[in-house]
Every structure is written in structure tokens, then in C-alpha cells.
Design a protein around this ligand. Structure first.
Ligand SMILES: *[C@@H]1O[C@H](CO)[C@@H](O)[C@H](O)[C@H]1NC(C)=O
Ligand SMILES: *[C@@H]1O[C@H](CO)[C@@H](O)[C@H](O)[C@H]1NC(C)=O
Ligand SMILES: *[C@@H]1O[C@H](CO)[C@@H](O)[C@H](O)[C@H]1NC(C)=O
Length: 447
């Protein structure tokens, strides 16, 4: 098997030696490009739905990432929603190469997809991948493969095959076997490129996942060994990038998840920070040290955003950049309250009429269109003196005709940089060096 794997790897290398970059289309779930496009949502309805999916996402992050003090069985989400926003278009199998939409998740490792024969699968609008019937490149891995981690909860060796299991925070789970397969990407050579012997999760027992019928699975992109970024580490130089256009209308411009040379950022505006990584941290934690609101630095102490363990040994605190959370959240019991108070103090002199929102704490009636010029910015200060300015347009969200809200939520366990505050920045991850680079960009023009 080791020999076979080696040959497979060599094959992968030979075939792709001329390709320096691979990319995949990245599609927002409320984009007209997504087959399940929900129609023309009003601004309010879109924000409300995104907020609801954040609640589901928070539940998922809370358990799968930060650990909980009690068993997963006891946790039910308040609100069921789809906790993922961006879908990756990918092809799988030989010769099927059917297009699949997988949800991008920077907080998990395995790329898994529904697979027949199903014990339990959610209803898909496209036929579920049936590798044994449809694909000659499907090849289950043996339990002695280094990526078969039988130490993980629920993982088993059955008849020499590696059975994986992933439990999500909302009580859902995915189980199946790990197998080699061929994945199809677009590339800088303007033709599809195929990556052979990629290890994916062939998921045939999926309980209650918050998926829609157009989604076939999850595209794990964290720094753990099974994630796509790690399996293709040498081929892509450990790099991937994305640039999310602001969500102005339902006609969301196309964006791409890029790998390899194409993912490198260049230019005078590029800033680089360290990614904090440790065995217990399964997603991208960033070294946030301070926050400014409208140019006023709040004076946080290093403990305010420090990662620590609580009495039960679970990870708490820190600042995560997340692919599935829409709105930025700050940890409650300190950072959130201080930041929110500072925004209130900023608006105080304008004597605006406060208005209620079921979603955000700070909302006002917009006095006139011109007032938009007066909105506050927010700056995230990272250690090493690197600043990340969030422009006013991304700090606030317009709800309905004349209602403005500061689009910041509270979260009990950690602080999170959500997509709304990632818009119009190009992000480039280098997981080999554990660095994250970013630069302002007009993401509707970055393809
Ligand atoms: C794994 O197990 C298979 C079958 O049991 C065997 O042929 C192979 O040599 C083993 N590989 C390693 C790396 O031990
Ligand atoms: C959405 O609105 C645009 C114009 O505002 C219209 O052209 C389009 O057909 C609408 N789409 C749907 C699905 O309602
Ligand atoms: C945050 O900024 C304040 C004001 O400039 C400063 O006193 C404080 O030391 C900073 N905190 C950290 C963790 O750098």
C-alpha cells in the first residue's frame, strides 16, 4: 500500500508539474449563480437569514472548535439554519467528474461528500455520488495509512477500511469511509486539472445535517493533515486565497478560491500577520491586540483576546477568522460590551433616534442619506503593529429603508472576524509558514 501510494503521489506530481495554480469558483448561497438562489431578497431579509445562519454556525463552532462542557447530545440549536455561506464548485471521480457544491469550512479538515450506498443521506437535487458504480479512481484507504487517525472519537477500522466520524455542534454528524479519489479543478492553463489520490470522506451516514439539497458536503480547509490545503501542501506551496465582494445585490460577482502561485499577494499594501497554531486549535486564530472605533483606540489588555483554557480544559478566547460566520462577533463579558459602548458614545452627539432590532444591539433611524458620510470606521490592531481597517460601509448594515445597525454580535467563547468585515480584502493564507497576508482590493474585479 505504501508503494502504491507512492506511485500515486508521483503520478500526481508528473501530471501537474506544469501547473502552478489551481482554482475553484466560490459561490455565495444567496447568489444568482447558486441553483438554489432564493429569489430577490430584500436587504432586511438577507441580513436576517445570514444572522440566523450565524446562530447555527456559532453552535457548530462552539462544540467542534472550542469544545463544550457537556455532551453533544444535550445541545440543540435555538434556530436551525445553514451555517455555511460559501460553496466551492468541484468535480470528483473518473470518468464521472460531476459538478458538486461543497460548503467551504476553514474550521474543519475533511473534504467529505454524500456517497451511495446511503445508510442515511439528505435529499440532493443531483444524484448522489455512487463511487463503486461510477468511478474507477475510487480506492478506500487502509487503516494503517498515516492519515487514518483511529484515535479520533468514533473512528474505526472495519475490514481493513478506515471509518471516519465527524460530530457537529448542532448535534448532526457525518460518517463514512476515507478513500482516494480524483478531484477536478480549473487551472492557470485554462483547462481542467485533475488531482489524483486525494483522500476524501465518502459519507454514507449523515444525520440531520443543516444542508440544502444543492449542497453535497463540506470542503475542509483548516491546517490539519486531512484538509485539502495540507494534502496538496507541496503542490500549492501551502497557499490559498480568496477575495469576497460585498453583498450588495443578489447578482453576486464570481469569486475564486485560488491555490498555489495565483494565491500570492504582491504590492505595497500587503500586510502579513502570524496565524496562531497549536494542536488544540483547529482553525485560524489571529493575534488581535487592540480595537479602535472611529480612530479611538480602546486600550484592551493582552488578556482580553488571549487564548486560554477554562476549568474543563476547553479552549476559550482568541480571535478567529471564519469562512462561515457572516457578522463579526466579539466575546461577551468584556470586549463586546466595551466595543458596543464605544459605538453608542460615538453616535451620542448626533442625537439619533435609537430603534430596536431583533438582530443587533446598536441601531438608529438614518436621519438623511448624507449621514452615511459620518459613519464610524473600526480598526483591528494585530500584534507586530499591523492594522486592519474596516471601512464604515462594512461596520454598519442597512436594515430596511432608513435603519442602520452596527453589525456586531456577541459570542460567549471567542471573538470572530466575520465575512461582512472581510469584504473587499484579498486574503492569502500560507499554512507552511503559518502566515496570513491581506490587502485591500475591489473583490468584484479580482477573478
Ligand atoms: C498496510 O496493510 C496492508 C494490508 O494489510 C499491507 O499490505 C501494507 O503493507 C501495510 N502498509 C503499511 C505502510 O504498513
Ligand atoms: C430580481 O430582480 C431583477 C431586477 O430587479 C429581475 O430582473 C430578476 O428577474 C429578479 N429575479 C427573481 C428571481 O425574482
Ligand atoms: C491597546 O492600546 C492602548 C492605548 O494605546 C494601550 O495602552 C494598550 O497597551 C494596548 N494594548 C495592547 C494589548 O497592546
Amino acid at each position: 500500500m505504501a508503494h502504491e501510494w507512492h506511485v500515486g503521489f508521483l503520478f500526481l506530481f508528473l501530471e501537474l508539474v506544469a501547473v502552478r495554480s489551481l482554482h475553484l469558483n466560490l459561490i455565495h448561497k444567496y447568489s444568482i449563480r447558486f441553483p438554489l438562489f432564493p429569489g430577490n431578497l430584500t436587504e432586511y431579509e438577507r441580513v436576517r437569514r445570514l444572522y440566523a445562519s450565524d446562530v447555527a454556525r456559532a453552535q457548530l463552532l462552539r462544540t467542534s472548535l472550542l469544545g463544550v462542557d457537556h455532551g453533544i447530545e444535550h445541545i440543540r440549536p435555538n434556530l436551525k439554519g445553514d451555517p455555511f455561506n460559501y460553496m466551492v464548485e468541484i468535480y470528483i471521480g473518473t470518468p464521472t467528474r460531476r459538478k458538486n457544491y461543497l460548503v467551504m469550512d476553514t474550521a474543519s479538515d475533511i473534504l467529505w461528500m454524500q456517497c451511495k450506498p446511503c445508510i442515511r443521506c439528505w435529499k440532493q437535487s443531483k444524484p448522489i455520488f455512487h463511487p463503486v458504480k461510477e468511478s474507477s479512481s475510487f480506492d478506500p484507504i487502509r487503516c494503517n495509512h498515516t492519515l487514518c487517525d483511529l484515535g479520533r472519537p468514533g473512528w474505526k477500522c472495519v475490514k481493513g477500511h478506515c471509518h471516519y466520524s465527524i460530530g457537529y455542534g448542532d448535534g448532526s454528524s457525518s460518517k463514512g469511509i476515507l478513500a482516494f479519489e480524483t478531484l477536478g479543478f480549473a487551472s492557470d492553463r485554462h483547462q481542467k486539472e485533475f488531482v489524483r489520490n486525494f483522500i476524501f470522506g465518502c459519507a454514507n451516514d449523515n444525520r440531520d445535517p443543516a444542508m440544502t439539497k444543492e449542497q453535497s458536503g463540506v470542503f475542509g480547509l483548516n491546517m490539519e493533515p486531512l484538509s485539502l490545503a495540507r494534502q496538496l501542501l507541496e503542490l500549492i506551496g501551502g497557499r490559498f486565497s480568496y477575495c469576497l465582494p460585498p453583498f450588495k445585490s443578489n447578482k453576486q460577482p464570481l469569486s475564486r478560491l485560488k491555490f498555489g502561485d495565483e494565491a500570492i499577494l504582491r504590492g505595497p499594501q500587503v500586510r502579513t500577520i502570524r496565524i496562531i497554531h497549536a494542536p488544540t486549535l483547529i482553525t485560524y486564530f489571529l493575534p488581535l491586540s487592540n480595537v479602535s472605533v472611529a480612530g479611538h483606540r480602546l486600550g484592551f489588555k493582552s488578556k482580553d483576546f488571549a487564548i486560554h483554557k477554562n476549568d474543563h480544559g476547553n479552549v476559550r478566547g482568541g480571535f478567529i477568522i471564519d469562512s462561515g460566520t457572516s457578522f463579526t462577533a466579539f466575546m461577551s463579558g468584556g470586549p463586546y460590551e466595551r466595543i458596543i459602548e464605544t459605538f453608542k458614545a460615538y453616535f451620542e452627539p448626533f442625537k439619533l433616534r435609537p430603534t430596536n432590532s431583533e438582530l443587533f444591539e446598536v441601531c438608529y433611524v438614518l436621519p438623511h442619506e448624507g449621514f452615511k458620510e459620518t459613519l464610524p470606521s473600526m480598526t483591528l490592531h494585530f500584534s507586530g503593529g499591523v492594522d486592519y481597517p474596516v471601512p464604515p460601509n462594512n461596520v454598519v448594515v442597512k436594515l430596511g429603508v432608513n435603519k442602520l445597525c452596527v453589525a456586531i454580535r456577541s459570542f460567549p467563547e471567542a471573538s470572530i472576524l466575520g465575512e461582512h468585515n472581510q469584504f473587499n480584502y484579498h486574503f492569502s493564507y500560507n499554512i507552511k509558514e503559518k502566515l496570513l497576508s491581506f490587502a485591500p482590493a475591489d473583490c468584484s474585479r479580482v477573478v
